[in-house]
Design a binder for this molecule. Structure first.
Ligand code: ATP
Ligand code: MG
Ligand code: MG
Ligand code: MG
Length: 482
């Protein structure tokens, strides 16, 4: 079943159950505290916070999402994309736990002939928050899932809140058992590779007071209007329904992966074993396909490459893709080959990527050309510095990294990644010190402000755990739904 059809059935099922169909909002977050839309609930935040009255009690959507916090996982795990589509159903003070759980179960297990997804119920597991006896009882008694496939999990994974005083509540997640060849049989609490998380149900139940951390907060009362927020990854369900190993092999992504392999003259072997000789190329092909799609969708939603905010994320995605292709031996421009393939894979769901393709392509190709010029100038230099460092058994000095950045405009993330791949570490403390000195000089010297050097501070922010661009939301909040 293609993603297009998975999405269609989603909307049809919830529409039949009295939900209003709401089109996807932009990837550029409608909520000012977030850079990108990271979950299906983001466009509904004002309703959940009680700032606006929702025009309907029940809504359904398939929301385009970007999670840059997952970038390091992309291609390594089977299930993380920077871009993905989160299907969701929402109740604003209407149905609560029982409605959410029973509808989820019905849609997943109803046969495909009858409009469902036809998953084998024996392969489905559910987790609930450890103190949520109510959800536990619904799964056991109403749905009838055997207790052997029902697990209680702590706040780390099964509690949602915004990190601030406001609504919060327990979650219940649905997992699909991919089979013993993927890991041990301890259930989702023990293994997140064999048991693939597909759907998160959030029960907004309480008013929270002081929130000190993900698992340390005060509950000050029950919400007058209890809400439901759910999120199901279309690509994850597609992995199962298409019988492929990972989300990069599903119908909207795979064509780009195949073209990238062809360009590089390598064979994709689908391995997820880091010990396997093909792993690095396979992983690169997977994240190239992911990043090209994310770039397409971001530019389509109005993002342009720059040195800050969303523009920097886009720039980094394009650069990572280009560089991965380069590491597989492709030195010419790759986006003119890959972007049209991604467009063709996405146009069925998002006709705007076709209609606006001239503009999208112009922006993307110009960015790649500029990056190729930068790489050409810096790579030779970096390679000799790295070789010297390796011979001396030393780290690459902060001065060398700084010079590459300062004189050649060579991005520090590239220096770090290329050095790491050559088994050489970089004296980052010194680099940061030199950057700070430079910033100080720039502040002292008005003229220096006009030199136009790339600002790398965002790179460091983007690596301080959760992207700091997601202001106001902690990493755990992101993981447990937002
Ligand atoms: P995981 O634990 O696998 O990282 P999560 O708990 O962070 O997932 P949620 O925040 O609960 O994910 O999001 C709801 C659903 O969205 C998930 O159950 C999953 O199906 C999907 N999803 C989340 N992150 C991604 C991603 N990076 N790529 C593809 N699908 C995703
Ligand atoms: Mg999770
Ligand atoms: Mg996650
Ligand atoms: Mg989750």
């Amino acid at each position: 079943m293609q993603i297009h059809e998975i999405a269609r059935r989603w909307n049809a099922f919830f529409e039949k159950n009295s939900h209003s169909v709401v089109p996807s909002a932009s990837l550029v977050s409608p909520d000012p505290s977030l850079l990108f839309t990271v979950a299906g609930m983001v466009p509904f935040i004002p309703y959940f916070l009680g700032q606006q009255t929702p025009p309907h009690d029940r809504a359904v959507s398939v929301q385009k999402c970007i999670r840059t916090a997952d970038i390091e996982e992309v291609g390594k795990t089977a299930r993380h994309g920077t871009f993905f589509q989160m299907a969701g159903n929402f109740s604003f003070g209407d149905y609560f736990k029982e409605g959410a759980i029973t509808m989820a179960w019905e849609l997943l297990t109803t046969s495909q002939a009858d409009g469902g997804y036809g998953l084998d119920p024996e392969r489905l597991w559910a987790t609930v928050y450890e103190e949520d006896d109510e959800a536990y009882a619904i799964w056991r008694d109403v749905v009838g899932i055997p207790e052997a496939r029902l697990q209680r999990i702590g706040k780390e994974d099964n509690y949602w809140h915004t990190g601030q005083p406001g609504p919060g509540g327990p979650c219940s997640e649905i997992f699909y058992d991919r089979g013993p060849q993927y890991g041990n049989d301890g259930g989702p609490a023990a293994d997140d590779t064999r048991y693939l998380e597909i759907w998160n149900l959030v029960f907004m139940q309480y008013q929270l007071g002081d929130v000190r951390s993900q698992d340390d907060f005060d509950i000050v009362g029950e919400l007058a209007n209890k809400n439901i927020d759910t999120g199901m990854g279309l690509e994850r369900l597609a992995m199962i329904l298409q019988g492929v190993e990972n989300m990069y092999e599903t119908d909207q992504v795979r064509p780009v992966l195949d073209r990238a392999a062809e360009l590089a003259g390598v064979t994709y072997t689908s391995t997820e074993d880091p010990e396997d000789a093909n792993f690095s190329n396979d992983m690169r092909l997977r994240y190239v396909a992911d990043h090209v799609r994310s770039a397409l969708m971001l530019i389509s939603d109005g993002v342009v490459p720059s040195n800050e905010g969303g523009g920097y994320v886009l720039r980094r995605l394009i650069r990572r893709a280009v560089r991965a292709m380069r590491l597989m031996g492709v030195v010419s421009a790759v986006l003119p080959e890959l972007l049209p393939i991604s467009r063709d894979a996405m146009r069925g769901n998002y006709p705007e990527v076709s209609e606006d393709f001239d503009r999208i392509a112009r922006i993307a190709y110009a960015e790649e050309r500029a990056f190729l010029r930068t790489i050409a100038a810096g790579t030779t230099r970096l390679e000799s510095s790295v070789a010297q460092a390796r011979e001396a058994g030393a780290t690459l000095s902060g001065d060398a990294a700084f010079e590459l950045h300062d004189t050649y405009g060579f991005p520090i993330d590239l220096t770090l990644e290329m050095a790491e791949e050559a088994g050489v570490s970089v004296d980052q403390d010194k680099f940061v010190e030199l950057m700070q000195e430079q910033r100080q000089r720039a502040r002292n010297d008005a003229k220096a402000k006009k030199t136009g050097h790339a600002d790398t501070s965002l790179y460091y922010e983007a690596h301080a755990g959760q992207d700091t661009v997601f202001t106001g939301y902690t990493e755990h909040t992101t993981q447990s739904h937002i």
